[in-house]
Unconditional design. Structure first.
Length: 94
């Protein structure tokens, strides 16, 4: 569960990231950076950000292609869990 402060920060960061990436990808990226959770599933991202399935899918694929996020799976679970890649992201700002 996100705090009100985290939700506002995600929105502000999302607006900032929209300068260079699509809106859904910007919000997803901000969520993965700001949240205390280490990873989110597709459905969790969709529910938290209130995005459509296609917007969530397109945003995740965009970020994966840019190598800003990565995913992993858990044994016995077919879901993919997404997390951001600080190393790849921070090098972008140097």
């Amino acid at each position: 569960m996100l705090t009100d402060k985290q939700t506002k920060l995600i929105e502000k960061m999302g607006i900032h990231f929209e300068r260079s990436i699509p809106p859904a990808a910007a919000r997803i990226f901000a969520l993965l950076i700001v949240s205390d959770k280490d990873s989110y599933s597709f459905d969790e991202i969709r529910e938290v950000l209130k995005l459509s399935k296609s917007a969530t899918s397109n945003g995740l694929n965009f970020l994966l292609n840019m190598k800003k996020i990565e995913y992993f799976t858990r044994s016995g679970d077919r879901k993919r869990y997404f997390t951001w890649c600080p190393k790849n992201t921070l090098s972008h700002f140097k």
